[in-house]
Each structure stands twice: as structure tokens, then as C-alpha cells.
Design a protein around this ligand. Sequence first.
Ligand code: NAP
Length: 449
Amino acid sequence: MQEILEAIQTGASGDDIANLTLPESTRAAHVLRSEAGMWEGVDSWDKDPRQSLHVGELPLPELAPDEAVVAVMASSINFNTVWTSIFEPLPTFGFLDRLGKESVWGARHAQDFHIVGSDASGVVVRVGSAVRNWKPGDRVTVHCNYVDDQDPSAHNDSMLAANQRIWGFETNYGGLADLSIVKANQLMPKPAHLSWEESAVNALCASTSYRMLVGDHAGRMKQGDNVFIWGATGGIGAYATQLVINGGGTPIGVVSSESRVKLLNAMGCDAVIDRRAEGYQFWSDEHTQDESEWRRLGKKVRSLVGEDPDIVFEHPGRSTMGASVFITKRGGKIVTCAATSGYMLEYDNRHLWMKLKSIISSHFANYQEAWEMNRLIDKGAIQPVMSEVYALDQVGDAALKVHHNEGEGKIGVLCLAPEAGQGITDAAKREAIGEDRITLYQRHARGEL
Ligand code: NAP
């Protein structure tokens, strides 16, 4: 691996990189099938990813014709790695086994280890025989939409493909490793003005928010829309907030601390709700919701922006869905991509049908949406929201931080990159976009705001 790293750092040619010998194994963060039952009866909160996420050497499979091997300089923690590491709602080995039964190439994924991670930036070091648009030496970011595009169900919107999967969650050989295997269709050009880790944190969360709010399939936000955003400084929320401002809308950002309020204000979001300070109790007990609390939230929104939200950006799930449906404007949309606090949801259907509201589901992003989002980041219109960086060996600590809602935005992970700050090849563009804007979340984490 040292030879590969040196070649990347000294700017070796694509041909030289193509001629390097690839190791047969890689250092990688993974969970083990033998440990999937380790926490029976333990409360979710107490399941500690530091115990289940291991970092060690694992064998790499043969490369399929439509795939590439990427030398991963940096990756990031996504909530799906938290789900994998706590084996909830199900151990991910079931996904790998199903993929294993689909084809000869799919069988490579059904292992007793699962290499996790659904983001990466790095350098292509090998391509399969059918790859045309990418070559060794290309600097890339990787999105996580893993689709067999020979299936006709993938032809219109690849997120509707019958065999659509999330790389590094529903497939093996994910991005939290020194070498990763991806389909060539997952590759996108790395923004030259960002470091490896700043480039690595965006694709999963930003593209998810793009589809939820901007793409043709979900919220289809218009200029002037009021968009209510739960977790507005979290992984997906921090990109949602930026997309709303960039698209001429008004974000109403919800967070749970004074420090996050400050961060939202620094992003240009003026309508902010501190849900902890307000003390909302949407559930009066495990089975009963309190409509007066929904009403109190609705009034708060009107006091801030004078209107009800056109779109509610929903992902906490059980704890908030009743309130989300209630506060949405007549004819408005609740766009949901997750249910962190519980997936059996309850809302009062009268508030939905009588006011002609719609609940729209959304999941990651199709190829085009992921590419458009990468373009916005490359143009400097949307900034990475990386607050901190961990080494791959500390991946368990980083996942615990996300699990316990202790970090802001995204946490980057250095894989082959020996230190943070490397990989910027267009310093002039960085300067034009503005160091302060690019590093806002890092500065906030250092207490500099
Ligand atoms: P994150 O970085 O942890 O941010 C989530 C934010 O939501 C938190 O910062 C928190 O903000 C807020 N929150 C958490 N629990 C809440 C509750 N009970 N009530 C109100 N607000 C709550 O996570 P993320 O990366 O944004 O992901 C959020 C969810 O989306 C996860 O379940 C993840 O798996 C899912 N997801 C789905 C997709 C997809 O393609 N379907 C893609 C990405 C993520 P405050 O405490 O500051 O309010």
C-alpha cells in the first residue's frame, strides 16, 4: 500500500499507477457475522460500535468487468454504518446473502465479514475490462447507488431498480478501507478545491437531501418555499439547509442546542427552533400524542416566517411524524427518508386528507441526482459540512459519536491519507469560494464561531 500511496502523493502518471502491483488484501473497517447476536436484549443506545467495528486486513475479490478499484484516501461516517455496527434493525449479513444468490459476481459479497462505509474520495488504481470513462490515476469521489443497470426496472429512475442497493451497507467492500471495490457508475470527479476528507463526506448525505428537496421525484422545492428541517445541522439536514438557501427558499431549522443555533445562524438560516429549549413533548406517553404540542410548534413556525411550511424535511420518524404532518401547509409535502427514532409511525390522517397534504418517500439519489449534487459542490455553491476527522483505526469512536448525536454535520475518516488537508489541487478556486465558508463546520467544532 505504501507504494500506491507514494505514487498518488508524487503525482505518478495513470500508466505508472496501472502498473503497480495491487495487494490481495486491504485494511478495512468491518463487522463479523459471528458477532451479529452479541447484544441481544441490550437497549439500542447502549450498543457501542467500538465493540463491533473492527479494523483489520481482509481479502479482496476478483474485479468484475464493470468495476473499479479505488485507493481510498478518505471516507466518512454515515448513519447506515451506525445501523450496521449495532445490528439494527437487522444484521446486514442478510443483504449480503441475498446479493450472493443473484449472480456469480454477487456471490463475492456473501462473506462472514462486512466491510462497511458508503462514502469515499480517492484515486482509481484499476478498472475492469468494460470500464470506458475512467482510468487509473483519476481522482474521484464515490456515490453509493449500486445498481445492475441491465435490469429494465433501472432504466427510468435507477432508485426504482428492483436490485438497487446502497454500497457498503447492502453490499460488501465499502469505503471505510484502504482499497474499495465500486461499480464504475458510482464514480464522480473529485472537486479540486477540497481536501480528500472534505470531498469524502458529501456524496451520501448531500445527494439524499438533493433528491428529497430538489430532484424531480420528491419535494421539488420552488423559490420562496418555506422548508421545515428537522436536525438542520445533522448529516442530511446541513445539506438540506444549504440547498434551500441556494434555491431561493426559506429554511426553518430545528436543532437541540444553543451551539447548533449559532451554527445555523452562521450558515444564513435565521428562522431557528431550539427543540430542547422549547421542550416539545409530542408524545404524552408511549401510545398517546398531544395535539396541543403540535399546535404549539405550528404557532412557533408562523411566528418565525409568517406562514406554514410548504415542505417538511422528515427523518426522525416516530417521535416527530405526527407533528410534521400537522404543521405542513394545506397542499404541502412531508418528504421522508428515514425513521431514526422508530419506524412504526402515527399521525392524524384527518390533517393529511382534509388539507390535501402528501407524504412522499425518498431514498438516496439516482445517478443523475448524485452527479448534479457533486456538480453543486464542485461549483462551490454547496459546502462540505465536515466538523471533525478521525483516523480509520478510530472508526468505532467516530461511529459512537454519530450514534449518540454528539457531532455536527459530517465526520470525515482518513484512510490512506496520512493527515488532513491533503489533496487540494486548485488553491485559487478554494480561495475564490472562501476558506471560511468551506471550513465553517470545522471552525465551529474548534470553538471559533
Ligand atoms: P445525524 O447526523 O445524526 O443527524 C440527525 C439529526 O436529527 C440530529 O443531529 C438531531 O438534531 C436530529 N434528531 C435526531 N433524533 C431526533 C428526534 N427524535 N427528534 C427530532 N430531531 C432528532 O444523522 P443523518 O446522517 O442526518 O441521518 C438522519 C437519518 O436519515 C438516519 O436515520 C439515517 O439513517 C437516515 N438517512 C437516510 C438516507 C436514505 O437514503 N434513505 C440517507 C441518509 C441518511 P438535533 O438534536 O440538533 O435536533
